[in-house]
Design a protein around this ligand. Structure first.
Ligand code: ADP
Ligand code: MG
Length: 328
């Protein structure tokens, strides 16, 4: 199978919204009148972001999911994406499963594959997504990192820390019952981008971002961009890990320290962290309901810079957690 057969067989589909898809020198997109394009790229590298023997279906899903998660964080509606792929060899079984995982998620979000590049080389998957954000009376409705204000509430979507727990188990540092590992592994390998929630939070959230490197590290990006600080309640955060609510998770199987570490500094969750004024609490819950996504209020924004952790009684808790940094 040659390069062009491969593209034709696995990555060429009729377009619906794009003006022109795969096959020419450029794809053509027509954003709806009164919208801006939101654009983001994410790369997955073998050995860095996934194991060499990773399930290709899950990999296809995840490669697009992490990109859709960035659109979600901006409140954008997915439109299209491009796929730049380096492959060691043209393996039909692998390509079939990879493209199925990729395109199933793409279809679920109405996000069309409109182009890309294919080359031989060490496995590397780079996707660029394009989304739309409305502009209302000249003002972009995109959710940014810079809008958090002192007094705002801090929220996270879904559950946190299970992807990290799965990674620890796969590396052998934690032992989990098979059904619990399967559930956590699903979170690591097939994250759910919170696209509907992101859109529902337009005009509601004051700031937002998606969680890829760990809650504390990622939240600092909002704090820095907004020139504020935050206090988080660890007694609420600790319950965000789903694995500990699993029926086969015995008491003490995962220590409290480990739970908190996974929630606060584990990466790969692809949930949203966002802030909103106290006056918007009901609207935030309505957005959560409307998008079918749980959201939990875990703290507040302070005018004093820095990130503080407290227990359920408001007493300071030490913060030894590090988030992921490729070059640290
Ligand atoms: P060019 O040489 O002009 O860059 P290519 O020969 O690389 O074009 O690609 C031919 C067509 O196939 C282009 O429309 C390109 O966008 C598309 N394409 C290449 N690789 C992929 C891929 N992995 N997924 C989707 N489309 C692809
Ligand atoms: Mg090319």
């Amino acid at each position: 199978m040659g390069e062009f057969d491969l593209i034709a067989r696995y990555f060429t589909r009729p377009t619906r919204r794009a003006a022109l898809g795969v096959g020419d020198d450029c794809a053509l997109l027509q954003p709806a009148p009164g919208t801006q394009l939101a654009i983001s790229s994410d790369m997955l590298v073998e050995g860095r972001h996934f194991f060499a023997d990773a399930d290709p279906f899950a990999l296809g899903h995840k490669a697009l999911a992490v990109n859709l998660s960035d659109l979600a964080a901006c409140g954008a509606t997915p439109l299209a994406f491009t796929l730049a792929l380096a492959l060691p060899r043209a393996d039909d079984a692998w390509l079939e499963a990879f493209s199925r995982g990729l395109l199933a998620l793409a279809d679920a979000h109405g996000c069309e594959l409109v182009g890309g590049d294919t080359t031989q080389g060490p496995l590397n998957i780079c996707i660029t997504v394009f989304g739309e954000v409305p502009v209302v009376r000249g003002k972009s409705q995109a959710l940014l990192r810079s809008g958090a204000r002192a007094g705002d509430d801090v929220y996270v979507s879904g559950t946190l820390g299970d992807a990290r727990l799965a990674l620890d188990a796969l590396r052998g540092s934690v032992k989990l019952p098979a059904d619990l590992l399967a559930q956590a592994r699903q979170r690591l390998e097939q994250p759910t981008p919170r696209v509907a929630l992101g859109q529902a939070l337009r005009g509601v959230a004051s700031a937002a971002l998606d969680l890829s490197d760990g809650l504390l590290g990622d939240l600092r990006h909002i704090l820095k961009a907004s020139g504020v600080g935050a206090t988080l309640d660890t007694s609420i955060a600790i319950d965000l890990i789903a694995s500990c609510a699993h029926p086969s998770c015995a008491d003490g199987l995962i220590s409290l320290e480990k739970q908190l570490e996974c929630v606060l500094s584990g990466g790969d969750d692809y949930e949203l962290a966002f802030t909103a004024p106290v006056s918007a609490r009901e609207v935030v819950q309505a957005a959560a309901l409307q998008s079918g996504t749980q959201v939990t209020r875990i703290g507040r924004i302070d005018s004093e810079r820095g990130l503080r952790l407290v227990d359920g009684q408001g007493r300071a808790v030490s913060n030894p957690y590090q988030s992921f940094d490729h070059f640290a």
